[in-house]
Write a protein that binds this ligand. Structure first.
Ligand SMILES: Cc1cc2nc3c(=O)[nH]c(=O)nc-3n(C[C@H](O)[C@H](O)[C@H](O)COP(=O)(O)OP(=O)(O)OC[C@H]3O[C@@H](n4cnc5c(N)ncnc54)[C@H](O)[C@@H]3O)c2cc1C
Length: 429
């Protein structure tokens, strides 16, 4: 640091902020991270499961040391109506390839560990202080204003999460729209470890990731999720913000009803709710991507809208890690050239273009549109449940051919709708 000027100030000690701090500090840069929460992770939420690949690249073998909860070996997807559910259950052995694994995590433990890694590499952290504004001179970002102080830096990395108010003030991030985000609420439910293993049919360190479409989000865009941790279960729902206004139920009520569903109730019975959290989740993919760099500043993670809701899984944390890595590399190259202009920092955009992140965002660009189809949350769970229910009902009346059973339920959705959605789905994936 020269003349009290940091190489980089990072706003936010979430996954993106701490990973960027770790890489920069390891390379010898003077890094200050400012986090408004009293400790890293205190304000952060995820479903959640982290796909290991991007962090594995930066910290090989991290899962041996990090406070990960369970290795996900069981994937479940359910269509759920008010009365029943139809579930696809995929169980596999450990992959024995760390880059292909995923783990359930709790941010209240994982984020402080990540911050600790960055601190050990030499980054400084201030917690419990909010960055109120960016310090801008002649159109260039030259630092931040926080806690009544002005702190100077050559670059600022905005890692302040979904709804980046600072990015919006700079004109980089578009004002948040109800169509571009979902609201997530989650309960952490404590249960004895042996009961988790028995109820979810897992052994040792194995874990379950389970997504639900239909009833949990009151048939609106969104869904339910469940992840098993060591001795807790993360149970929650996400609902598109634009749908909430017209919803007949509040979001907390949706979660309450989800907990009382006959499929879920026995799984959490006797459990104690030890944490309740709510958070926004970016859902519009490339459509909500901001301007990624300006003179002296780059924007990463959820603040840049880097999150992929793929319907069968949600990915934000591996994207937060990858964008933080690209931003840190760009800042290091700018430092070498002593040029912190937008042109110099645009290396960040180039690195993102080359990474899986931008390629996946482009590949799944049409998914938000597909997932906006209301039939996915209403008619289709009813259709699947109807077909399966009829299939397993034996009541002494003569049976009908399977083909006619399927057609009966498809007809309720409408053949034209089915064809339209199949085409839309085909195009989206
Ligand atoms: C309900 C839900 C379920 C999800 N499930 C999954 C999942 O299973 N898998 C997955 O990969 N992703 C999931 N995600 C997405 C994932 O959680 C995010 O993509 C990820 O947390 C983004 O990390 P980040 O570091 O960019 O932002 P955040 O984790 O939000 O961190 C931002 C940090 O900035 C701080 N901050 C904000 N403003 C300021 C300020 N002005 N001054 C100082 N500090 C500030 C905040 O306190 C916070 O610590 C889920 C999200 C939600 C809401």
């Amino acid at each position: 640091m020269s003349d009290d000027t940091f190489d980089t100030i990072i706003v936010g000690a979430g996954i993106a902020g701490s990973v960027a701090a770790y890489i920069l500090a390891k390379a010898g840069a003077d890094v200050l991270v400012i986090e408004r929460g009293n400790y890293a992770g205190s304000k952060n939420m995820t479903g959640g499961r982290i796909y290991a690949h991007s962090l594995e690249k930066i910290m090989p073998g991290f899962a041996r040391e990090a406070p990960v909860e369970r290795l996900i070996t069981r994937e479940k997807i359910s269509f759920m109506t008010a009365e029943d559910s139809v579930t696809l259950d995929y169980h596999a052995k450990e992959k024995n390839n760390p880059t292909e694994e995923s783990y359930s995590i709790l941010r209240g433990q994982f984020d402080p560990w990540l911050m600790g890694k960055a601190e050990a590499a030499g980054a400084q952290f201030i917690t419990g202080i909010r960055v109120d504004d960016l310090w801008v001179e002649d159109g260039k970002v030259v630092g931040v204003k926080a806690g009544g102080d002005e702190l100077r830096s050559n670059t600022v990395i905005l890692a302040d999460g979904c709804n980046s108010i600072l990015g919006e003030k700079l004109g980089m991030v578009k004002p948040i729209s109800a169509e571009s985000v979902g609201v997530g609420v989650k309960e952490l439910i404590k249960l004895p470890q042996d009961q988790i293993e028995a109820r979810f049919n897992i052994r040792g360190n194995e874990g379950v990731a389970w997504l639900f479409a239909g009833m949990p989000s009151n048939k609106l865009m969104g869904g339910g999720f469940l992840y098993t941790n060591q001795s807790t279960v993360s149970l929650g729902i996400v609902c598109g913000l634009h749908d909430i206004e017209s919803s007949t139920k509040s979001v907390p009520q949706m979660l309450e009803d989800f907990k009382n569903h006959p499929t879920i109730k026995p799984l959490i019975e006797g459990g104690e709710v030890i944490e309740y959290s709510a958070h926004l989740v970016p859902e519009a993919g490339l459509k909500m991507m901001p301007k990624l760099c300006r003179d002296g500043v780059v924007i990463v993670g959820d603040a840049a809208g880097f999150c992929l809701n793929m319907g069968f899984t949600i990915r934000g944390m591996d994207l937060a890690v990858a964008s933080a890595e690209a931003a840190a590399q760009a800042v290091l190259q700018a430092r070498e050239k002593n040029d912190y202009s937008q042109a110099s920092l645009s290396v960040y955009e180039k690195l993102l273009e080359e990474s899986f992140l931008m390629q996946d965002l482009k590949l799944y660009n049409k998914l938000p549109n597909l997932l906006g189809t209301s039939r996915i949350y209403n008619e289709y769970p009813q259709m699947v449940s109807g077909i399966v229910s009829d299939l397993f009902t034996v009541n002494g009346r003569p049976g009908i051919p399977l083909r006619r059973n399927i057609m009966k339920h498809c007809k309720k959705v409408g053949y034209i709708n089915l064809i339209k959605d199949a085409v839309k789905g085909g195009r989206a994936i």
